[in-house]
Design a protein around this ligand. Structure first.
Ligand code: FMN
Length: 199
């Protein structure tokens, strides 16, 4: 009798029909230059694409203040959108689905990654200690209430940019928002594209 491996059976995920259930998890590779994913990333994702398979991009910054690690990509500028387009296209050409994981690291950052060497932003001015992998996070600056809409706006722009780049969906990873609401926002994932585009 033929055996069926559950992992290799089709799955309907909302509007998406996956041919199997092996998903490429978001994996920060730190190979971007100046926030731009490089052409080698086209091959990287293409090699990992299967027909009807789902791939999630590495965590991708929504703004200048979103970064906390060297070499991570962004999706808030026109150039970044253009750099993502051929990557998404390569995945689509092989029949894969590509979601962009948009993120803001909040206080998991240091001044070296922040514009003008400023303190990272958070809902608190308490630093996150200890750091990991040789990084000591900087003492953050507590966001003023009137600054929060800007962060939400940045998420919306990043989502729009991901649509423009061809992504099917967004997957929100927000260490910054997590800190505000007290839960780790990663399992709130798979937010439908248009739900964060509405005002
Ligand atoms: C090198 C590396 C980079 C990662 N980058 C991200 C990331 O960008 N975004 C994210 O949500 N998770 C990231 N993760 C977490 C993975 O997506 C995954 O959840 C984790 O490895 C646990 O999966 P496992 O239980 O199958 O090992 C990363 C993990 C590793 C090892």
């Amino acid at each position: 009798m033929e055996s069926t491996i559950p992992l290799l059976t089709p799955y309907k995920m909302g509007n998406f029909e996956l041919n199997h259930r092996v998903v490429m998890a978001p994996l920060t590779r730190q190979r971007s230059l100046g926030g731009l994913p490089q052409p080698s990333v086209i091959l990287y994702f293409s090699q990992r694409t299967t027909n009807g398979g789902l791939l999630i991009s590495e965590a991708t910054g929504i703004s200048e203040t979103a970064h906390g690690f060297p070499g991570t990509p962004g999706i808030w500028t026109k150039d970044q959108v253009e750099a993502w387009k051929p990557i998404v296209q390569a995945v689509h050409e092989k029949g894969g689905l590509f979601f962009c994981q948009i993120w803001h690291v909040g206080r998991i950052s240091t001044s070296e990654f922040q514009p003008n060497g400023m303190a990272p932003i958070s809902c608190t001015d308490k630093g996150c200690t200890p750091g990991v992998e040789g990084y000591d996070w900087a003492v953050p600056r507590r966001l003023r209430v009137d600054e929060i809409p800007q962060v939400i706006y940045d998420y919306r722009i990043a989502a729009r940019n991901a649509i423009e780049a061809g992504d099917c969906f967004y997957y929100i990873l927000s260490i910054l928002l997590s800190k505000f609401v007290g839960i780790y926002i990663r399992s709130l994932c798979f937010v439908p594209a248009h739900s964060i585009l509405e005002p």
